[in-house]
Design a protein around this ligand. Structure first.
Ligand code: ADP
Ligand code: MG
Ligand code: ZN
Length: 477
């Protein structure tokens, strides 16, 4: 029997506000433990929460960008459970009346574009962090994160492969980064994903029993955990067993998921409306104002990159995958007259290669957009050849010097003086009589060999167009 996977994702995204959701404490990451706390986020008796308007703005913007319908009225609710990282013994979340519902976003799959439904988006506060001592049998509690504003974005069970789940997460991540509502740092936990997965015989409509996977801190790990889990569930069923509903933890070192807790141990949260907060009412005008302020989003920007710059779907997709990268490309285009396709190649090729090799993000690039534009201008106007441009680029990355300075210092100006190139051509032909005979006898593929030899003789500085032209003239004569 052939099986098909069914996947639904729950994403917790930390909203990028300066202060917490119900008090004025800072949300900055990495402060000494318990320094960003106050009576409200410590859950002292008698304190009252005050909702952070910016956090609501951000969650509404996300709702609009993911095609969700924002509720005119939503409600905060208490989710009750007892755990040392939760000083109030309840988390303020939303339950029956979430902020928004019924959205979707579009992903690219092997079979073309596909819509993944978004069930709902709600707001809640984060819990604190337990720090387990490596040597002593104790755990310490850090409440700096307590009360950090979160958004939970729940998808429909619309994905069928780990790749589709990865595409959905990357798209959602890009949208949040474009909106600038979440820093998206998966390692620091500002973008966390729980993956629900079940399998069913292909063609069957009813869903199978699902497992919920936790503890994946990168897109790749989500895909790997899902692939492992699909294989595990398939093996269980093929062995005549049954999948049990449970929560499983991904172990990135062992490359497998391990049971954490079963359905019996699932909590009864005893949700009830939060009596200390009023219903959240979003007037249409508030939503309209935010809508008007939304930046161009990844899909729209990608479409524009193909139409305005004539880039391929692939290049446009890579360049718009991150807002900063798209901004970088457009900054290059704004200050050089070169071909967009060429600029795109340099950004996705040499520049991204450099950043990957050094583990840097685009905002940390040692070569600025202006510097790259200057290099492309030199290339475009024929001052340097493509080959030399690569050398200059490496030098720019190494020293931070401007391209024209490097070209001058190293004497790399392209040789377009026909008499100089003719001389090199003559020498190459004289040194390789057998190849000349071969070429004239019909082995025209040898052209590449001659071009290479002339370039070598001129230390890469000869204008390649001119080299080709002069070689052809001499050889065909
Ligand atoms: P819970 O709050 O217990 O996690 P939800 O109803 O909110 O449950 O569902 C969580 C996620 O699980 C959603 O993203 C949903 O799409 C997904 N899901 C629900 N049923 C299945 C299933 N049988 N297989 C895979 N995913 C599922
Ligand atoms: Mg869940
Ligand atoms: Zn506080």
């Amino acid at each position: 029997m052939e099986f098909e996977a069914v996947i639904g994702l729950e994403v917790h995204a930390q909203l990028k506000t300066r202060s917490k959701i119900f008090c004025g404490c800072s949300t900055a990451f990495g402060a000494p433990p318990n320094t960003h706390v106050c009576p409200v986020c410590l859950g002292m008796p008698g304190v009252l929460p005050v909702l952070n308007k910016k956090a609501v703005d951000f969650a509404i913007m996300t709702s609009i960008a993911t095609n969700c319908t924002v509720a005119r009225e939503s409600r905060f609710a208490r989710k009750n459970y007892f755990y040392p990282d939760l000083p109030k013994n309840f988390q303020i979340s939303m339950y029956e009346l979430p902020l928004s519902e019924h959205g979707w976003l579009e992903i690219e799959t092997a079979a073309g574009k596909k819509r993944v439904g978004i069930t709902r988006i709600h707001m809640e506060e984060d819990a604190g962090k337990l720090v387990h001592d490596e040597f002593a049998p104790v755990s310490r509690v850090d409440l700096n994160r307590t009360g950090t504003p979160l958004m939970e974005i729940v998808s429909e069970p619309d994905m069928r492969t780990p790749e589709e789940a990865g595409a959905y997460l990357r798209k959602l991540h890009a949208i949040l980064r474009y909106l600038d509502v979440c820093d998206g740092n998966m390692e620091e936990g500002s973008f966390r994903c729980d993956a629900n997965v079940s399998i069913r015989p292909r063609g069957q409509e009813a869903f199978g029993t699902r497992a919920e996977l936790k503890n994946m801190n990168s897109f790749k790990n989500v895909e790997k955990a899902l692939a492992f889990e699909i294989a595990r569930q398939t093996a269980v069923i093929e062995d005549g067993g049954r999948v049990v509903q449970e929560t499983r933890l991904w172990d990135a070192n062992a490359m497998k998921t391990l049971p954490m807790r079963g359905k019996e141990e699932a909590h009864d949260y005893r949700y009830f409306p939060e009596p200390d907060l009023l219903p959240l009412v979003v007037f249409p005008q508030w939503e309209e104002e935010l809508k008007a302020r939304l930046p161009e989003l990844p899909d729209a920007r990608k479409a524009r990159f193909t139409s305005q710059y004539g880039l391929s779907d692939y290049d446009a997709g890579v360049l718009t995958s991150e807002r900063e990268l798209a901004d970088f490309f457009e900054a290059v285009m704004a200050s050089c007259k070169g071909e967009p396709k060429q600029a795109a190649n340099w950004v996705t090729g040499a520049l991204m290669g450099l950043l990957n090799a050094r583990g840097l993000s685009i905002s940390e690039s040692p070569v600025s957009a202006l510097a790259l534009a200057a290099l492309l201008t030199l290339l475009d106007s024929g001052v340097i050849s493509g080959k030399i441009a690569k050398t200059v680029f490496e030098e720019m990355a190494e020293t931070g010097k401007a391209p024209d300075v490097i070209v001058k210092e190293k004497g790399l100006v392209q040789v377009s003086d026909a008499s100089v190139i003719e001389k090199a051509v003559e020498e190459v032909l004289a040194e390789n009589p057998a190849e000349v005979t071969g070429y004239r006898g019909g082995k025209t593929k040898l052209m590449g060999f001659f071009v290479g030899a002339v370039m070598k003789k001129t230390r890469g500085k000869a204008n390649p167009g001119l080299v080709n032209e002069l070689l052809k003239k001499r050889l065909d004569a």
